[in-house]
Structures are given as structure tokens and as C-alpha cells.
Design a protein around this ligand. Sequence first.
Ligand code: ARG
Length: 425
Amino acid sequence: MADKLWDGRFSEKTDTLVERFTVSIQFDARLFEEDIDGSIAHSRMLASVGVITSAEADEIADGLNRIREEIKRDEFVYSDSLEDIHMHIESRLKELIGDTASKLHTARSRNDQVALDIRLYLRKAVLGLGDQLDCLRIVLVETAANHLDIIMPGYTHLQRAQPVLLSHHLMAYYEMFSRDHERLAETLGRINVMPLGTAALAGTTFPIDREEVARALNFPEVSANSIDTVSDRDFLLEFLADASICMVHFSRLAEELILWSTAEFDFVELPDAFTTGSSIMPQKKNPDVAELTRGRTGRVFGDLIALLTTMKALPLSYNRDLQEDKEPLFHAVDTLSSCVELYCTMLPKVKFKGKQMATAANQGFLNATDFADYLVGKGVAFRDAHHITGRAVASHQVAGRVQLCGQRFHLSGIVGFVERACQRE
Ligand code: ARG
């Protein structure tokens, strides 16, 4: 087993139960690129302020780049006793370049190191999600534009309400995903802050140059308060809230695709490649992608709630509880990203059934509001027009006549009034 890099004051070996309980390498291994980039920038800065030599910084950078390649080639050896990705990389660096590796951690703590890694990771993830959402927005515009002639029932209370264009309905999702994109862009500003230099919590005695590290890693600003820097994760909470809201939007789209693909609605046919069959009922074609989208929405909310709960009442500054930030973060990024990718690919292949939608729009008095408006145009107050139309609808429903738009209003009283109004036109 590898020696611990922090075991100087310990006389007993860590219990294996403790190692198994505290290890995070199984999930934080994915931060290796960020960890290596951060360490290279840090060591170059240490050289430029004279804490280590340029030759040492070069040696460190070469070693770290070799480790990067080892990890990418799947040749890197992991061990629970090395806890996390930071320890793994530093320990391997020591094997590769010897004592110079021990200088890398000067003026740094894992507390600011991990804060840097997750900020670098999330910055990249958010930029990627932004590009993916742009693609989805284009797909929605194109789908709407390709179906400009389709009229469908618009719904309120899931009751047919008024006729609308399918394109109008689809563009509602365009607006939702556009705001999701905006929210992510605003959050990016608070993610994009360079934390290194705060060390464990109180800063460092070395004459470091934080601005240089920020420039090297493309951060527009450095964090202001070292205690806050190592202890808050509000930028992650914000991202998880953004991701949750975006998943809400996906869940609504998913739910509509599920409803619309039922025999009861029959508004869409989902592409075969994006549905699944039943193991017992040969006729079934199930909208599993949409159902899992709906189901996974709950798990992304869970990610937000999990981290909110971890952060609640946590005393300043760093506490090991904060290690629990990564799994919800990674899960939310992966889930959201896979949803955007799927809907970008699936939506252009969905068949919208214009005839069925139009038939549905023709039933259920969907132009009743327009008719009431028409009466207003003839001098009837809107509330009265609403009442008259409502009575007409009720009596026609009873009589089984559903043709309000045919403008035959047979009932005495109200209908006479309506007919007179129609004749005046
Ligand atoms: N694996 C730890 C985390 O994710 C890294 C920081 C550990 N710091 C410490 N002082 N034990 O938070």
C-alpha cells in the first residue's frame, strides 16, 4: 500500500474500513485533467515568484503531462489508500520525478486545489451544455418552421381550450430552453473565479501571484476571501438549481410526447429507434426515452436537495462533508447533457399528425372565445357574450350538436339572440 502524503504525525496505519469510507477516487478521478492543469499553472507561478526554480517547474509539468497520458491510456493505477485524485497524481509524480514532486504542494492545500478543480470542471461543463442547448433551440425552431400548417387544440387544465398552431406550442419550449441557457450563462460568471492561493483557509506566507495563475487558467477574476473560497459551494448549488429548472422543462416536453403518442391523443408517432417494445405484449411501442426523462428529473432535483442539505448549517470553513458535492454535480451534468443530446436527435424524427390534431381542434367548441369576441364586436358586453356563448355550448352539448362554428344556434332565447347577431353581420 502506498504511504500517505500526510502521515507524518500518525503512528498507526489508517484502518481499511476508514479508507473505504473516506475514499473518493471512484468519482473524483474524472477531475484529473483539471487537477493537472491547475498544478501546472500553480508550479509555473511558484517558479516565476522564485519559490521553486524554472527547471523544477518544467520537471513537474513534464511529469504531470506524463500522468495525464497514463490516465488517458488507462495505464494509471488507483488505490483506495490514496483517497482522492489529488493524492493519486501527486504520489505518482513522486514516483516519476522524485523529490522535486514534493515541492508542488508549496503554498497550496487540497482545500483550494479541489475548489479549483470543480470550478474548472463546471466551467467546461456549463459551456458544453450551453452549446448543446443552442443546438436544441435550433432544432425546435426548425421543427416549428417545418410544421407551420398544423393547427392543434391548445390546452388549459388539460382540456381543449383554443385552437393554436403546433409551431406556437413548440416555440414555447424554445423560450423555456432559451431562459435555461441564459441562467447557465449568468451562473458561469460566479463559477469563473480563481480560488487558488487561499490554501487551507487562511492564505499563505509565500509571495504568490494569484493573478498570474488566473491568467494562465483563463479566469477573469480571483476570489476575495480565503475562508469563503474554501468553504462555499453556492456556485454548484446555483448550477444544480439551473439544471433542475431545465429538467422541469424537459419533463414537460417528455410528458407531452408520452400523452401525444397514446391512442387517446394520437398526435405524434415517435421514431422506432427512440422507443422500446414490451417483453410480453408484441403490439406495444413504449415512449421510454420520454418516461426516463420524466423519471430522471426527480433525481436531478435530488442532486440539488442533497447538496443544499450538505451545505445547511455547515460551519466555516472547509469540512470533509464538502467531498459530497461531486457526485450530485457529476450526475446532474451527465443527466442534463444526455437529455439535451437525445432530444436534439429525436425531435426532428418525431412525426406530427396534422390531420388528427386538426380533427381534435375542430371538436369541443374551441372557437367559443372567438365567438364571444365576435358578439362583442356586435355590441354585446364581453361578460354577457361569454354567458351567451356558454349557454349555447351547454345546450348544444345536451343536444349532441357540436357545431358552434357552423353558427346554427337552435335554442330559444339565447340562440335567437345569437342568430340575430349572426344575421346582422
Ligand atoms: N477529496 C477532498 C474533497 O473532495 C479533497 C480535499 C480534502 N481536504 C482535506 N483537508 N482533507 O473535498
